[in-house]
Design a protein around this ligand. Structure first.
Ligand code: SF4
Length: 302
């Protein structure tokens, strides 16, 4: 029975530094894995390919598949939705798109948010557990799950132990818990590995683009550098709205608003707000985004 070291790679600085540390130590049985949400920027996919080439290893890709959930949801709609909404709901959920982030939002009839952060678990933790860790356990291996979390990221992470036994007998291991950002980038420099280019383009974190935790300034930056990302999200808002019982679903929740519409609360209005200096219309979710990057104790979102 061999130990298998599963290292979740996001394309961000922390997981990259952790992978470099594992390689530096000569850690055996490395299983680097990317949980692909389908909502990452192309530069992140390019960066994953760069890491594979520069480090001479393969990073396994896993994706959540919601095909069976769509079938269950269609049945639920047929059984429980009002007659005048059934046709729209059933049609919207006829097929998955194959984009995990979008499929999950369609299934829920809403986008994830800082208060309903179901994305990390459904799009990252579960696929890695089901498609990588469980098969290893079934084959008789012990699994060590390397998690690239750092204490200085959030109060919740300050309370995390360096290692602990998780469900299913998986051992969580957090080797860079005490590291500073400077140490993380120093690790890249030491091994002559470039950080993801998105860090030099105004992004404070790398993962989904945009992440539900993105800061106000990041929206203006994304809109100016990558307007196609904003257009993609606007299209997703229309798709998820069709699958929503309410008939409208905005990427950023319009909390407190009584008459929600894509025109007044959709991603384009968030971008307009992000270009204001102080004040402007308030989007409470974004206002709260100065907090921790992600609540995942698995370190799956950076
Ligand atoms: S990167 Fe952000 S949006 Fe993507 S799964 Fe993690 S918390 Fe959710």
């Amino acid at each position: 029975m061999a130990f298998q070291n599963v290292i979740s790679i996001s394309g961000g600085k922390d997981s990259t530094a952790m992978l470099l540390l594992a390689l530096e130590r000569g850690t055996p049985n490395l299983v680097p894995v990317l949980a692909d949400t389908g909502h990452e920027h192309p530069k992140t996919y390019e960066y994953i390919a760069y890491l594979e080439q520069a480090l001479g290893l393969e990073i396994q890709r896993v994706q959540a598949d919601f095909t069976a959930d769509f079938a269950r949801k269609r049945q639920y709609i047929a059984d429980h939705w009002p007659d005048d909404l059934k046709e729209r709901g059933m049609a919207a959920l006829q097929h998955t798109t194959g984009i995990p982030f979008l499929d999950l939002a369609m299934l829920k009839g809403r986008f994830p948010s800082t208060k309903a952060k179901f994305c990390t678990g459904e799009l990252k933790s579960l696929p890695i557990q089901q498609q990588v860790e469980m098969p290893l356990l079934r084959a008789g291996h012990r699994v060590i799950s390397w998690q690239g979390v750092r204490k200085e990221e959030s109060p919740a992470r300050q309370r995390l132990p360096h290692s602990e036994l998780l469900d299913l007998g998986i051992i969580a291991y957090r080797p860079i818990l005490e590291w500073s950002v400077a140490e993380v980038f120093a690790m890249h420099h030491k091994h002559r590995i470039e950080p993801n280019a998105l860090y030099s383009q105004g992004m404070s974190r790398v993962g989904c683009m945009p992440c539900i935790n993105a800061r106000k300034g990041e929206f203006a930056e994304i809109a100016s550098r990558y307007p196609e990302v904003i257009e993609r999200v606007a299209e997703w808002e229309r798709i998820v709205s069709a699958a929503s019982k309410r008939g409208v679903a905005t990427f950023w929740p319009a909390r407190g608003a009584t008459d929600v519409s894509l025109k007044r609360h959709g991603i384009h209005s968030v971008v307009d707000w992000s270009r204001t200096s102080r004040g402007g219309r308030q989007f409470d979710l974004i206002a709260s985004s100065e907090g921790p990057a992600c609540s995942s104790v698995y370190g799956l979102c950076e």
